[in-house]
Write a protein that binds this ligand. Structure first.
Ligand code: C2E
Ligand code: CA
Ligand code: CA
Length: 541
C-alpha cells in the first residue's frame, strides 16, 4: 500500500482509540455506580456494610442486576460505535483523497498542456514542436526516411493588426490555424511558433519532392479570402522548407534552416523557398541589423534622398519627398523597405523618425535661405503618427527654424489612420491647426473606407505606385487611378501620382486630371547636392 493508504490506516487507528477511550470512561463510571448502589442498598437493608450483606443485595435486587449489565453495554456500545465511525471516516477520507487525486491529475495535465500549447489557437507551441521533431528525427534515422519542416509567416499581418486591431488580428490567426489544420494529415504537426508564424512538421516523406504536394495544399488554403466581420481579407504567407537529412541532421539545424528559407521567401516575394546553402548569407545580418541601425542613427550615418514632385499644369517642381537611406558599412546600401519595418517592430522607429524629421526640415530651411521655396514631404510610419509626443516634437523642431509650416507635408498611410481613427484624427487635427499639410500615402493599398478619409483633415491623396506603374496596360489599375482622382477631387483634395516612369503615363495622368506627379521619369530620389544639380539642369538660367 502507498503512503496515503498507510496514513489512512494510522488515522483510523487513532480514531478508534479515541472512541474506545470514551467507552472505557463509561465502563468506569458504570462500575462506580454499581459499587455505590450496592453499598448503599446493603447499608439501607442491613444497617451496616458487610460482605454477606453485599452478596445478599446483589442476589436479590433486580435494579442492581440492570446496573451490573451497564459496563458490558457501555463496552459493547463503545466498540460498536467506534467501528462504525472509523469505517465511515475511512470511506470519507478515501473519497476525498480520490477526488483530490483526480483534481491534481487534471491540474497537472492542464499545466502540461499550457506549457506545450499556444493559448490562442490551442496548437502545439515551439516546445512541443521541437519535441516532436526530435522524435521524428529518431524514427526517420531508424527507418532511413526523410522528414520536412515548413515554417510559414503571414505577409503584412502587422498591417492587419495595426489597421483592424489586435482582436481582428487574433481572429485571423485562428482562421488561418483552422484552414491549415484542414489541409493536413492527422500525423502531421501544425504548430504556432508565435506572432504570425506557424510551423508544419511532416514526420515522414518518401521523396524530397513530396514537399511540393503539401506546399500546394497549403498555398491553396490561402486562395480564398478570409472573412473578418464584413471584411474580405486576402492573406498570403511566405513559406520556408527544410528537409531532413538533406539540410540538417538535428532539431536546431532543421529549425534554423527552415527559418532562413522563410526569410528568403519573404525577401524574394516568391511565396515559398526550399532551403539551400546560398541562402545563409541573408540571415545573420538581420539579427545584428537593429543594433547597427541604432548606432547609425546616433552617429548620423543615415542620409536623406529627395525626389521631386512636379505640378502637372505649371510643370514646376513644387516640392520633394524626403526618403531615408542607409549606407551600411558592410552590407552596402540598405533599402528602407528592409529596415523600416524592422525598426517599427523594435521601437527604433521613434529615434529614426525624429532623425528624419530634423534633417528634412533642416534641408528645407537651407533651401529656403537660398530662395529655393520647396515644400518637403516627410513619411510618417503608423506608430510615429500615433505617438502623442509627435506634435510636441514637431513644434519644438519648427520653433527652432523659420520654415512656414505649410511647406511641410506629412505622408501617412491609410493603415496608420485606421489603427486608431480617433487618436489619428486628434493628432492630425493638431497638425492641421499648426498649418502642416497631410497627405494620404499609398492610397488604394490599405483597407480604409471613404468614411474615414472624409473626416481627416488631409489636403492630398497619393495614389500608390503599384497602380500607376501598370496603368497603361492594366485596365483595372487604370480604373482605380481614375476613380481615385475623381473621388479625391470631390472631397476637395489634390492628387499626387507616384511611380511615373515614362512620358505616356505622365500624359495619361494629366488627361485624367491628376495634379502632381512623381517618379523615375522625372528623377530618382537624389542626395541633396545631386538634386540641386538636377534642378539647375532643368532651368539653366
Ligand atoms: P513610399 O512612401 O511609397 O515611397 C515611394 C517609393 O517609391 C520610394 O522607394 C521611391 O524611391 C520609389 N519610387 C519613386 N518613383 C518611382 C518610380 O517611378 N518607379 C518605381 N518603381 N519606384 C519609384 P524607397 O525610397 O525605396 O522607399 C520605400 C518606402 O520606405 C517608402 O514608400 C516609405 O514607405 C518608406 N520610407 C522611406 N523613407 C522613409 C522615412 O523617412 N520614414 C518612414 N517612416 N518611411 C520611409
Ligand atoms: Ca511616401
Ligand atoms: Ca507608395
Amino acid at each position: 500500500m502507498d503512503r496515503i493508504g498507510q496514513s489512512l490506516k494510522t488515522n483510523v487507528k487513532i480514531m478508534k482509540t479515541r472512541v474506545t477511550k470514551y467507552a472505557v470512561y463509561g465502563v468506569i463510571i458504570a462500575f462506580g455506580a454499581i459499587v455505590t448502589a450496592t453499598l448503599l442498598n446493603c447499608y439501607l437493608q442491613f444497617g451496616e456494610i458487610t460482605s454477606v450483606g453485599i452478596l445478599q443485595v446483589q442476589k436479590t435486587n433486580p435494579t442492581l442486576w440492570i446496573l451490573d449489565a451497564m459496563p458490558f453495554i457501555f463496552a459493547f456500545w463503545g466498540q460498536y460505535v467506534s467501528s462504525i465511525m472509523a469505517y465511515e471516516a475511512t470511506t470519507m477520507v478515501l473519497d476525498q483523497t480520490n477526488e483530490l487525486r483526480t483534481q491534481t491529475a487534471a491540474l497537472e495535465y492542464q499545466a502540461m498542456h499550457d506549457a506545450t500549447h499556444d493559448q490562442l489557437t490551442d496548437l502545439p507551441n515551439r516546445v512541443l514542436l521541437r519535441d516532436r521533431l526530435e522524435q521524428a528525427i529518431h524514427v526517420a534515422l531508424r527507418e532511413d526516411r526523410k522528414l520536412a519542416l515548413f515554417i510559414l509567416d503571414l505577409d503584412r499581418f502587422k498591417e492587419v493588426n495595426d489597421t483592424l486591431g489586435h482582436y481582428s488580428g487574433d481572429r485571423l490567426l485562428k482562421h488561418v490555424a483552422m484552414r491549415l489544420r484542414g489541409v493536413m494529415r492527422g500525423s502531421d504537426t501544425l504548430s504556432r511558433l508565435g506572432g504570425d508564424e506557424f510551423a508544419i512538421l511532416l514526420p515522414m516523406i518518401k521523396e524530397s519532392s513530396d514537399v511540393h504536394i503539401v506546399l500546394k495544399k497549403i498555398q491553396n488554403a490561402f486562395l480564398s479570402p478570409f472573412m473578418l466581420e464584413s471584411l474580405k481579407l486576402e492573406v498570403q504567407a511566405s513559406i520556408g522548407i527544410a528537409v531532413f537529412p538533406d539540410h540538417g541532421r538535428d532539431v536546431d539545424t532543421i529549425m534554423q534552416r527552415a527559418d532562413v528559407a522563410m526569410y528568403a521567401a519573404k525577401q524574394n516575394q516568391q511565396g515559398s523557398t526550399i532551403y539551400s546553402t546560398g541562402l545563409d548569407k541573408h540571415s545573420p545580418h538581420r539579427l545584428t541589423l537593429m543594433g547597427e541601425l541604432r548606432q547609425a542613427i546616433d552617429n548620423d550615418e543615415l542620409l536623406l534622398h529627395f525626389q521631386p514632385k512636379i505640378n502637372i499644369n505649371s510643370n514646376i517642381v513644387c516640392g520633394v519627398e524626403a526618403l531615408v537611406r542607409w549606407q551600411h558599412p558592410q552590407h552596402g546600401f540598405m533599402p528602407p523597405d528592409e529596415f523600416i519595418p524592422l525598426a517599427e517592430r523594435t521601437g527604433l522607429i521613434k529615434p529614426l523618425s525624429i532623425w528624419v524629421l530634423k534633417h528634412a526640415i533642416e534641408q528645407a530651411v537651407t533651401w529656403h535661405r537660398a530662395h529655393l521655396k520647396l515644400g518637403i514631404a516627410i513619411n510618417l510610419s503608423p506608430s510615429t503618427l500615433l505617438d502623442t509626443e509627435l506634435p510636441d516634437v514637431i513644434t519644438g523642431t519648427l520653433a527652432s527654424c523659420s520654415l512656414p509650416p505649410h511647406y511641410i507635408t506629412f505622408e501617412i498611410t491609410e493603415g496608420s489612420i485606421i489603427k486608431d481613427p480617433e487618436r489619428a484624427l486628434e493628432i492630425l487635427t493638431r497638425l492641421d491647426k499648426m498649418g502642416i499639410r497631410i497627405s494620404i500615402d499609398d492610397f488604394g493599398t490599405g483597407y480604409s473606407s471613404l468614411a474615414y478619409l472624409k473626416r481627416m483633415p488631409a489636403s492630398e491623396v497619393k495614389i500608390d505606385k503599384s497602380f500607376v506603374l501598370d496603368m497603361l496596360v492594366d485596365e483595372n489599375d487604370a480604373a482605380i487611378v481614375q476613380a481615385t482622382i475623381d473621388l479625391a477631387h470631390n472631397l476637395g483634395l489634390k492628387v499626387v501620382a507616384e511611380g511615373v516612369e515614362n512620358k505616356e503615363t505622365a500624359e495619361r495622368l494629366k488627361e485624367l486630371g491628376c495634379d502632381i506627379l512623381q517618379g523615375y521619369y522625372f528623377s530618382k530620389p537624389l542626395a541633396a547636392d545631386k538634386f540641386l544639380a538636377w534642378l539647375s539642369a532643368l532651368s539653366p538660367n
